[in-house]
Design a binder for this molecule. Structure first.
Ligand code: TPP
Ligand code: MG
Length: 567
């Protein structure tokens, strides 16, 4: 067969094609011109999306990966271009998102000599990648590409960096693309541990007050159907982490919604009273545990996780199963029977009625009101991407998700600036979906230059900027725990975001009054000529409740503002 590539850069494009890559999110620079050139000379169907800042490229790749389950691909130049991807790589690493980052590099002979735009990306990213390569021979490219894709999306997914000196990508590639992988130390596939599964089944079958705690790992493993079957067979309630949202349908009667610092009162109370907590792909993050030593102290703890490092890292389980969530649950389902949980479920039902998530529609415009209406008007079917802060927590509380692929949020890293580019990546991955970005005025301004990317590609994105003129989440902590001393959280001189949008070529709407919420949302949902943005001027000092102060046990949940009654 005749080779249809000759340079390293061309071989890279062919390797990406073999992996089924549709988009490269990236920026340009001298040290990766051989690959940029190959994007044109190979006549590939892969589209390169030229972003406006490299951080944006990483979050786009991240959002794309979350909605499709396929790795997102980033390509940037050396030095500052590569360094600009650090936040996005860390974000993907914290949330186990499969990503390939191709970074251009100085020529091999200059490495280590502080040459122009040389940055040791391999070294700089070591703590926040799943694996990394510095490619020294052009003929290694096919093998490295094969391995990188395999590593990034098997086992516990994560970002893999490939640093590519310019002489390597410019040089001739003479080998076949069918390269053998050489990964003697990497064994992501684990057979299901039947003995441990049996022990789990026995513990479950003894339980009277079980709670299933579903995390991102369950979503990544595609275990939604099995989680649902488990919950329905047992008659067990289900709570989810921020990233587990949708892995079990939140509209299901057995759903308790999100757990943790800003989770639902009934989820937190259920965990406190449970006699068994079964984590399926959750890593017991501090945002869901409160005070770790108090978490589930009267419960039997079961933990399914694919990453051995997670077992016992924070919470020591009574029974652990190391392996893929879907396969483990398939086996477990053979050994379980319905439990007598009627009383337990009735008890939790009372909590749902007694302590619902609620807000007042009267008074000023509230973020909760907007998100609640958005949920109703989209039938819960939109793909929602959030930024980080109060609005993120309100979105998690009020936008119920029934499919994990419809929820894009930065969990482990909590990266402000994530929302807009992640939504753009989500829209590239799911062109026919209604994709909504919910951002705060602070985070939006960290990556808003990517509006251009959305305009260029005519993405029908809906962007809602919830403008409270504050770095609201930090202000909330200062109000509650630092005697309301507001240090460096006021966002004075915010622009008129609707006008800013228009300047970029994005349709802008303004929302100020609660009475207009439905009308303005409808206009945005109906708008089909590219992206649109709603500038929503919301109440400035509203707080997110319930709240469990950091480090406190779940029992210490504050249901609402101490004297305001104003959720
Ligand atoms: C890059 C980055 N810088 C700082 C923070 C710390 N931080 C967390 S939430 C928050 C405030 C966010 O403000 P805004 O985007 O307006 O959202 P709001 O909380 O007001 O809804 C800050 C500063 C962060 N998470 N990420
Ligand atoms: Mg704000």
């Amino acid at each position: 067969m005749k080779k249809d590539y000759s340079t390293g850069g061309e071989a890279i494009i062919r390797c990406l094609e073999r992996q089924g890559v549709e988009f490269i999110f990236g920026h340009s620079g001298a040290s990766m011109i051989p690959i940029l050139d190959a994007v044109i000379t190979t006549d590939t169907a892969i589209k390169m999306v030229l972003v406006r800042h490299e951080q944006g490229a990483t979050h786009m790749a991240d959002g794309y990966a979350r909605v499709t389950g396929r790795p997102g691909v980033v390509m940037v130049t050396s030095g500052p271009g590569a360094a600009n991807t650090m936040t996005g790589i860390m974000n993907a690493h914290m949330d186990s998102v499969p990503m390939i980052i191709l970074t251009g590099q100085q020529v091999s002979s200059m490495l280590g000599k502080d040459a122009f735009q040389e940055a040791d990306m391999f070294g700089m990213t070591v703590p926040c990648v799943k694996h990394s390569y510095l490619v020294k021979e052009t003929n290694d490219i096919p093998r490295v590409m094969q391995e990188a894709f395999y590593i990034c999306n098997t086992g516990r997914p994560g970002p893999v960096l490939i640093d590519l000196p310019r002489d390597v990508t410019a040089g001739p590639c003479t080998v076949d693309l069918h390269a053998e992988m050489d990964l003697p130390g990497y064994h992501p596939d684990r057979p299901v541990d039947r003995e441990q599964v049996q022990l789990m089944a026995e513990a479950l079958n003894r339980s009277e007050r079980p709670v299933l705690l579903v995390g991102h790992g369950a979503a990544i493993s595609g275990a939604s159907a099995e989680v649902r079957q488990l919950a329905e067979t047992l008659g067990a309630p289900v709570t989810m982490t921020l990233l587990g949202k949708g892995t079990f349908p939140e509209s299901h009667a057995l759903s308790l919604g999100m757990l943790g610092m800003h989770g639902t009162p009934y989820a937190n109370k259920a965990i406190c009273e449970a006699d068994l907590i079964m984590s399926i792909g959750s890593r017991f993050d501090d945002r869901i545990l409160g005070q770790a030593s108090m978490f589930g102290r009267n419960a039997t703890i079961l933990h399914i996780d694919i990453d051995p490092a997670e077992i016992g890292k924070i919470i020591r389980p009574h029974v652990a199963c190391l392996g893929d969530a879907k396969e483990t649950l398939e086996e477990l389902l053979k050994h379980i029977a319905p439990l007598k949980t009627q009383k337990w479920l009735a008890h939790l039902e009372k909590y749902k009625k007694q302590f619902p998530l609620r807000y007042k529609k009267q008074g000023g415009l509230k973020a909760q009101h907007i998100i609640d209406e958005l949920y109703r008007m989209t039938g819960g079917k939109a793909v929602v991407a959030t930024d980080v802060g109060q609005h993120q927590m309100w979105a998690a509380q009020y936008y119920k998700v029934d499919d994990a692929h419809n929820w894009i949020s930065s969990g482990g890293a909590g990266t402000m600036g994530f929302g807009l580019p992640a939504a753009i990546g989500g829209q590239f991955g799911r062109p026919d979906a209604t994709v909504v970005c919910i951002a705060g005025d602070g985070g939006f301004q960290m990556t808003n230059q990517e509006l251009t990317t959305a305009v260029l590609h005519k993405l029908p994105l809906k962007i809602i900027v919830l403008d409270n003129h504050y770095l609201g989440m930090v202000r909330q902590w200062q109000e509650l725990f630092y005697d309301d001393r507001k240090s460096n959280v006021v966002l004075d001189a915010n622009p008129d975001f609707a006008r800013l949008a228009e300047v970029y070529g994005v349709k802008g709407f303004t929302l100020k009054r609660p009475a207009d919420v439905r009308k303005v949302l409808q206009r945005a949902l109906d708008y089909s000529d590219g992206p649109c943005l709603i500038h929503a001027e919301i109440e400035q000092t509203a707080n997110v409740f319930p709240m469990i102060p950091a480090g406190q046990p779940l029992e210490g949940m504050i249901l609402e503002a101490p004297n305001a009654g104003g959720r």
